[in-house]
Design a protein around this ligand. Sequence first.
Ligand SMILES: *[C@@H]1O[C@H](CO)[C@@H](O)[C@H](O)[C@H]1NC(C)=O
Ligand SMILES: *[C@@H]1O[C@H](CO)[C@@H](O)[C@H](O)[C@H]1NC(C)=O
Ligand SMILES: *[C@@H]1O[C@H](CO)[C@@H](O)[C@H](O)[C@H]1NC(C)=O
Ligand SMILES: *[C@@H]1O[C@H](CO)[C@@H](O)[C@H](O)[C@H]1NC(C)=O
Ligand SMILES: *[C@@H]1O[C@H](CO)[C@@H](O)[C@H](O)[C@H]1NC(C)=O
Ligand SMILES: *[C@@H]1O[C@H](CO)[C@@H](O)[C@H](O)[C@H]1NC(C)=O
Ligand SMILES: *[C@@H]1O[C@H](CO)[C@@H](O)[C@H](O)[C@H]1NC(C)=O
Ligand SMILES: *[C@@H]1O[C@H](CO)[C@@H](O)[C@H](O)[C@H]1NC(C)=O
Ligand SMILES: *[C@@H]1O[C@H](CO)[C@@H](O)[C@H](O)[C@H]1NC(C)=O
Ligand SMILES: *[C@@H]1O[C@H](CO)[C@@H](O)[C@H](O)[C@H]1NC(C)=O
Ligand SMILES: *[C@@H]1O[C@H](CO)[C@@H](O)[C@H](O)[C@H]1NC(C)=O
Length: 645
Amino acid sequence: MIVSFKFSSLVLLTTAASSWASSSAAYAPTRVACPDQPLLRVFTSANQTLDPREEEYIQARSRTLSAAWHSWIDAETLGYDLDSLGGEGGINFPIVGLGVSGGGYRSALYGAAVIAALDSRNETAAQAGTGGLLQVTSYLAGVSGGAWVVSSLILNSLPMVRDLVLGPEDSGTAGWLVDANVLVPASADFPSSGLNASNITDLNSAYLTDLLSGIAAKAEAGFNVSITDAWSRALSYHFFPGTNLQNFFGNSTHGAGILWSSIQDLAIFKSHGLPYPLLTAESIFANQTGLLRVPLGNPVYEFTPFEMGSWDPALSAFADIKFAGTRFQGGKPVDPDTCVNGFDQAGFIFGTSASLFNGIVNTTTGTISGLSDTPETEAALKALLGTLGSLSKGVIDVANWPNAFKGIKPGTYPDSDVDNLRLIDGESAEENLPLGPLLAKVRGLDVIVALDASGDNPNTTFPEGNSLYTTLNRTTTVLHGVSQPLPPLPPSPTDLVKLGLNLHPTFFGCYPTQSPPEFPLLLYFPNAPPVNGGAPVTNTPTLQLQYPTQNVSRFFDAAFTNAVSGFVPGALGADPLFGKCLQCAVIDRARFLSEPQVPRSEFCDKCFSQYCYTPGGSQAAPSAAARREDVGASVRGRYMYRPLP
Ligand SMILES: *[C@@H]1O[C@H](CO)[C@@H](O)[C@H](O)[C@H]1NC(C)=O
Ligand SMILES: *[C@@H]1O[C@H](CO)[C@@H](O)[C@H](O)[C@H]1NC(C)=O
Ligand SMILES: *[C@@H]1O[C@H](CO)[C@@H](O)[C@H](O)[C@H]1NC(C)=O
Ligand SMILES: *[C@@H]1O[C@H](CO)[C@@H](O)[C@H](O)[C@H]1NC(C)=O
Ligand SMILES: *[C@@H]1O[C@H](CO)[C@@H](O)[C@H](O)[C@H]1NC(C)=O
Ligand SMILES: *[C@@H]1O[C@H](CO)[C@@H](O)[C@H](O)[C@H]1NC(C)=O
Ligand SMILES: *[C@@H]1O[C@H](CO)[C@@H](O)[C@H](O)[C@H]1NC(C)=O
Ligand SMILES: *[C@@H]1O[C@H](CO)[C@@H](O)[C@H](O)[C@H]1NC(C)=O
Ligand SMILES: *[C@@H]1O[C@H](CO)[C@@H](O)[C@H](O)[C@H]1NC(C)=O
Ligand SMILES: *[C@@H]1O[C@H](CO)[C@@H](O)[C@H](O)[C@H]1NC(C)=O
Ligand SMILES: *[C@@H]1O[C@H](CO)[C@@H](O)[C@H](O)[C@H]1NC(C)=O
């Protein structure tokens, strides 16, 4: 479908002063000679294989983690001898992955704060005993808003998290610049930029022009651009290195030219000092235009530093991400001499993962439900959509990806005959936690840490575990054997809420009956009201695109405090033993790696009786009645459930 626009595109592009167009060249993909090696990996679902480069990375990282395990786990208190737990050579520790849910800026902030609470470099976290988990993590997955924090951490080489978000010492001079609105940054609410109110309109117009200059260059290079490109460019100002208070409206590439494949070149990646990042995206077929919720069977894709592709049995193939954008047929470049580089802009990858526009863009009016909520954002979006409509020959409400898998698996892969993949927000089938990549059987994870800032309950914008059940459904009905099973959950989300498991960190899968265990251990960290009974500040709306700096500071501290605190059964307040209990959980699978199997210690047994979900057993819960779930003056809701205008 080719969309044409009736509304005008303001005066963008034409008023561009050259200095504003600094990102243009850097965002455009380039044509290069094709390399000699194969660019596609096709396998069968019965014989999943990892990219050998990933395998090498994870093995090398595991070898470097022994010291981090030893310095984090307080073996004496837990009642273990780490050397016997670690098995031969002390390096057989569990493989740990952490995933951050979607939920816009809310989930990015929640993910950041909880990751800080698991980071041994933060003294408070280290003292609590939770700090250290990040250092033993091998995989870091994100979807949608969760993809923003993951990408930001990785491409900034894993700095101290609070500094990453708020700038050094909360200075607000760098960091995510949360007080600048993602669509119309120049405003009286972005005072730190020192703007003169009389030229705010000029600045916003220049800003949109800068976004569009890069996109125009990509279109000129022959690619179908869309609102995802504008979104990607805008988010790059906040989450990637290069933009600060001084140059926000000035001369910088603002993250254009930072490629997802350039993670390979980071010094810290070369020394295996980063958890391996994985982002997810959904896909939609041409006959599903306008759908808000996508069927579970649609192919789900993931992005690694080396590849993009899908574990879904229907596809089971990955393409070299450095050459994404190249036209392929049957696994080979259509033009054997010409391949594409630079399509894998890091902004475009996390923008694809957060491409929630299908179903909420009204192409007649040029508005986006939930985003066109002030005269300023409405005008900006009309201008963007109008210009994009004239720049693109394709659909503008999805991320357009030249289909690397054209001609692959025609019998099972529904998009085998299309030129252009329509990728959308990874949570579009209601899988708001990026568990798919972490459950891929071939990766063999032992422990999965799920940070959930979904807005399952539309009244409170707090999670109620819904995504776990969607993943359960997808692993059993779509993925069959290619995924590890989820550990046992309560029968329904309603039961999960009744047990209060959405109010505190909960461990699932503590009592496997086989060795090796038949499922990984799942450590669930739900965004929840404060442990001390205070007013909640972390359940902000999904589509809030601007925060006062002080609010982010409060948000960060509240989510951090919950994450280090655990819970006290039947009461408010922090459990001083929670950090040690978390250590019990993360190290637990190592008992099975030892020969003979080491019994669970008495200390850890006690922890497990408090923090584990026990199918059919009794369950301790905090005092739910004492927790406040109100949401202040914020607009509620999650776009997923937002009715069409
Ligand atoms: C923008 O910055 C680049 C790199 O720092 C520099 O080469 C260029 O001259 C600058 N352009 C303007 C208009 O200041
Ligand atoms: C699985 O795939 C790998 C890599 O392609 C191959 O070496 C191996 O022989 C295959 N194993 C089976 C059982 O087909
Ligand atoms: C640790 O994080 C908390 C919560 O954000 C913060 O208040 C504290 O200053 C941090 N400590 C260090 C040493 O960074
Ligand atoms: C906006 O106003 C400030 C302060 O008067 C000035 O320094 C800046 O150059 C102006 N920006 C533009 C784009 O006109
Ligand atoms: C803002 O800009 C206008 C027009 O350029 C100028 O008349 C006014 O003095 C400026 N105000 C401040 C506070 O800089
Ligand atoms: C599983 O997903 C299918 C397809 O989306 C849906 O029809 C079904 O109701 C789901 N089952 C459960 C138990 O949620
Ligand atoms: C777009 O907006 C127009 C005007 O408000 C409305 O009539 C139309 O139904 C909307 N279209 C969609 C797909 O929501
Ligand atoms: C652009 O989109 C149109 C319409 O979907 C499609 O026919 C065309 O192949 C796409 N072009 C590229 C370069 O992907
Ligand atoms: C929609 O498109 C997909 C992919 O091309 C195809 O598999 C499916 O059968 C189509 N569904 C309908 C109802 O036409
Ligand atoms: C939300 O609040 C309304 C009105 O109080 C209530 O009817 C509804 O059941 C609530 N929804 C949920 C999911 O709690
Ligand atoms: C900032 O926080 C205050 C106090 O919690 C709240 O009243 C206000 O609505 C928040 N503002 C925004 C834009 O989030």
